[in-house]
Write a protein that binds this ligand. Structure first.
Ligand code: ZN
Ligand code: ZN
Length: 138
């Protein structure tokens, strides 16, 4: 764990600025149908500790995408901001909001079983069935 790791970013229009506290310098892709419908492609997210610090009066809408989680977006420009479970255990913030240095890399891909065939990543990141249920190559 990187104590004190913090990143600052903003949405496309700039109305939302935020500071997030990543668990590590790692980006996870989610290929599940909900993430792809939400973002238009695989969701590239950073697992973060709470709190997610949003600017005062940030125009954020929280959409309850399932009984157990919500997704936040800027209601002025539509930028995807975060996925958060209602129990507070998981907070994943959109990687594209931040200017990340070269120390960052994609480490994991989730829901490989629902990834469409029209795209694929190269690289040595771990690939998982579901949300880390088992390795896709097992
Ligand atoms: Zn915005
Ligand atoms: Zn997903």
């Amino acid at each position: 764990m990187n104590e004190g790791l913090a990143v600052n970013g903003s949405c496309l229009c700039g109305a939302v600025t935020l500071t997030a506290y990543p668990v590590r310098r790692a980006i996870t892709l989610c290929h599940c149908g909900m993430c792809r419908q939400w973002t238009g492609g695989p969701y590239m997210g950073i697992e973060c500790h709470e709190p997610l610090a949003l600017s005062d009066d940030a125009p954020v809408t929280r959409f309850p995408s399932s009984p157990w989680a919500c997704r936040g977006f800027c209601n002025q420009c539509g930028s995807h901001l975060f996925f958060r479970t209602n129990n507070g255990h998981v907070l994943v913030v959109a990687a594209g909001l931040f200017q990340l240095d070269d120390g960052w890399q994609i480490t994991d891909e989730l829901f490989m079983e629902t990834k469409p065939k029209y795209y694929a990543l190269t690289g040595s990141q771990r690939q998982w069935i579901g949300d880390g249920v088992r390795r896709a190559d097992d």
